[in-house]
Write a protein that binds this ligand. Sequence first.
Ligand code: CAA
Length: 266
Amino acid sequence: VSNLYETILAEIVDDGRVGIITINRPEVLNALSTQVMDELADVLQELDADPRVKAIILTGSGKKAFAAGADIKEMRDQEFVTAYLGRLLSGYERATSECRTPIIAAVNGYALGGGCELAMMCDIILAGENAVFGQPETNLGVIPGMGGTQRLIRAVGKSRAMEMILSGAHFIDAEEAVSRGLASRVITGGPEKLIEAAIDLAKQIARLSGPVVAMAKEAVNSANDLGLSEGVKKENLFFSACFGLYDQKEGMSAFLEKRKARFENR
Ligand code: CAA
């Protein structure tokens, strides 16, 4: 990976199969500045374009935060026109939605405002035991601006999402996040254990066929965008497309021959 980034750290592990992106502004609890947005977009594009990279982990540096929201200092002097025509903060949505490689958010500490919204843009959330999810934007005189009003309701239901967004308070801890389906698992034992668990999960995904995993991701994401029958049709098209892959023949042959499959991403 390019090492020219200033606000993020990026590395590749597991023989090139797993990318790890760390938002690296611990002094401001990894607040999401425009530079973070631009660098994250670049690195996601770089990792997504690398055929060796099969899964990406996104986390925050330090022990306290995944990201405590969009950078309030940077936003204070925005006006309606600059926010609207400048598409303030919309680069995160573009960058994550265009990424075909699965993204795992490893949430260590605060995921507030844009931080919670960024985590929800990822495909899987693993919550460290100190994870805190919240949408405190109304305290600042704004509403959530990176998808929170749309994604939180899908993740935790209307009443809880409304309570959090309208009050700007009543945050969700790791256990509640899992019980409501916002996060998939709580990982105890501190930030190192959280990253270890994220890498283990990424490695499991990385063993599989890249195109199959990418189609599965796109099909699941369609559930949010399409009605049931259109979504099922799209799934069926992707399912049928799998039979055009070498990896389908290999996967099924390996099962029948009682051996481990060797996927080739084709
Ligand atoms: N933007 C800019 N700076 C931030 C920040 C943010 N979102 N969050 C924290 N910081 C800075 C603080 O200003 C502070 O800097 P200084 O040391 O220079 O004073 C530093 O990070 C450490 O923060 P605290 O001293 O506040 O740490 P704490 O442990 O006392 O509190 C916290 C932690 C409860 C998370 C508190 O920092 C906080 O409430 N942060 C703001 C959370 C927030 O409102 N997020 C939403 C932002 S708006 C948004 O995201 C819009 C959107 O929808 C996209």
